[in-house]
Design a protein around this ligand. Structure first.
Ligand SMILES: NC(=O)c1ccc[n+]([C@@H]2O[C@H](COP(=O)([O-])OP(=O)(O)OC[C@H]3O[C@@H](n4cnc5c(N)ncnc54)[C@H](O)[C@@H]3O)[C@@H](O)[C@H]2O)c1
Length: 439
């Protein structure tokens, strides 16, 4: 890290100077962002409080699927990236970006305690000409209502002495079609100059920064994007219920509708929502609406429908086993895929775990296979990923496909087991249709 200078940040950015950048929170968002910024010539210090994550990074190991260990090791070796829990070095940071988690509490209200803790680490070292950006998804108003007064308690004024902005992260883990730098990035400041400085900074490693009029617009844009997905997934899940009753293949219906070149975007049914975004972000919007004394009924309904999918899957398992005269209790069930989506190892809020918990409560004998997930904790039990060679499959009464990772010959699975419930349309052409149950 270079020694800090008091020169105006905008001028330094325009002169294409390399900056000291601190990224706080090195998770699914922070680590890919930190490595991208470092690879574009800035000097990045990543901060985290997780000892195990820091240990991995110090030994040149990445724990995020989309960040190769080799890239981390090379950046560390080149002196472009270091990881630490020592926040004192934020003193030297020209830019500090907050990427910590934003969960909900037990009553589904926003829990911004991690954002506040990260902000406190920054505030302890806030200095003139520093840019602070919040990237964590949060409710509209967080930047102006919570962070702005918090930072200004130092006596420094945003837009005059330092810069404060919100820029939502749009990373889509395991989606190799869109690199982070290719996805336009919305940027809103608490003042116009804050936005302009933040946009110029992002322009040094993102192809298309998208300036908006305020940090609140940027916060709302992110929640709108993810709520849009959540609501449309709920709609198609409801279509799946109807198609099931009508004996129609919902996947064929969607493919047919998707041939319309305008005004339609396909979404697909599944066992429910997972990950740190879709099951959580709409609750931030709902909470904000409740503060304004009205309810966002679309969100409540969508969340209910998506939550009900796990029960629907268990219903399918019950019906399938019934065809063989078996109860769920004591049946040998293999869950295929437990990560929340294809190509990732993340099991946060995974619908597969909700299905597993329900089946466990019915005393099923559960096992799972997932190349990306070595072990999972289910109540008091710890399960480890089992092999799925044909001889291994033969011992199960039923396989439930919950995550359609690549690299598995799904069509051949019904060759080796009596029954399959396919929640992802992984089996396109079933050789034994009577064995395959779809949602
Ligand atoms: N995961 C995604 O696909 C995704 C996509 C877009 C946006 N987001 C949003 O980005 C944010 C981060 O999500 P994530 O999935 O990267 O979370 P994560 O849990 O993987 O990472 C957060 C990291 O922050 C660290 N941390 C927590 N408190 C800290 C503190 N006070 N100081 C330093 N480090 C601290 C944690 O130890 C953890 O390593 C969330 O708001 C999320 O909604 C996530």
């Amino acid at each position: 890290m270079k020694a800090r200078t008091m020169m105006p940040l905008l001028g330094r950015l325009q002169a294409q100077e390399s900056l000291n950048v601190g990224v706080i929170g090195l998770g699914y968002v922070g680590l890919p962002l930190a490595t991208l910024i470092a690879s574009r010539g800035h000097c990045v210090t990543g901060y985290d409080i997780s000892e195990s994550r820091l240990r991995s990074l110090h030994s040149g190991e990445s724990y995020i699927d989309d960040v190769p260990s080799l890239q981390v090791a090379e950046l560390v070796k080149a002196g472009r990236f270091t990881a630490t829990s020592d926040f004192r070095t934020l003193e030297q940071a020209d830019v500090a970006i907050i990427c910590v988690q934003t969960p909900v509490d037990r009553t589904l209200n926003p829990d911004v305690s991690h954002v506040l803790a990260a902000a406190e680490s920054i505030r302890n070292h806030l200095h003139p000409e520093q840019l602070v950006v919040l990237e964590s998804t949060t409710y509209p108003g967080t930047t102006t209502e919570l962070l702005l007064p918090f930072f200004q308690e130092t006596g420094l004024v945003a837009g005059r002495d330092f810069y404060l902005a919100f820029s939502p992260e749009r990373i889509d883990p395991s989606n190799h079609r869109y690199a982070i730098e290719d996805v336009p990035k919305v940027v809103g400041g608490v003042t116009d100059i804050c936005r302009d400085v933040a946009c110029t900074f992002y322009g040094t490693f993102i192809n298309t920064p998208v300036p908006v009029s305020s940090s609140t617009v940027a916060e709302l844009a992110k929640l709108h994007e993810n709520t849009f997905r959540t609501v449309n997934i709920a709609l198609v899940n409801e279509m799946a219920f109807l198609c099931d009753r009508l004996g129609v293949d919902v996947w064929e219906v969607i493919e047919a509708a998707a041939t319309k070149p305008f005004g339609f975007m396909p979404f697909y049914p599944g066992p429910g929502l997972g990950g740190h975004c879709l099951p959580i972000d709409p609750h931030y919007l709902s909470w904000c609406a409740r503060r304004e004394k009205f309810g966002m009924r679309f969100i409540e309904l969508a969340m209910q429908i998506n939550e009900s999918m796990a029960n629907h899957v268990v219903g399918k398992v019950t019906v399938a086993l019934n065809t063989l005269g078996k109860p769920v209790q004591a049946s040998n069930i293999l869950l295929l895929g437990v990560a929340y989506k294809r190509g990732v190892s993340d099991t946060r809020e995974s619908p597969a775990l909700r299905v597993a918990t329900l089946l466990q409560s019915l005393n099923a004998r559960l096992a799972y296979h997932d190349e990306h997930v070595e072990e999972v904790r289910l109540g008091d039990e710890t399960l480890r990923s089992e092999p799925i060679y044909p001889d291994d499959l033969a011992k199960y009464d039923i396989v439930v496909i919950l995550t359609d990772h690549d690299g598995i010959d799904y069509e051949s699975i019904p060759d080796h087991v009596p029954l399959v419930v396919d929640t992802r349309h992984a089996i396109r052409k079933a050789r034994y249709p009577h064995k395959v149950f779809r949602i």
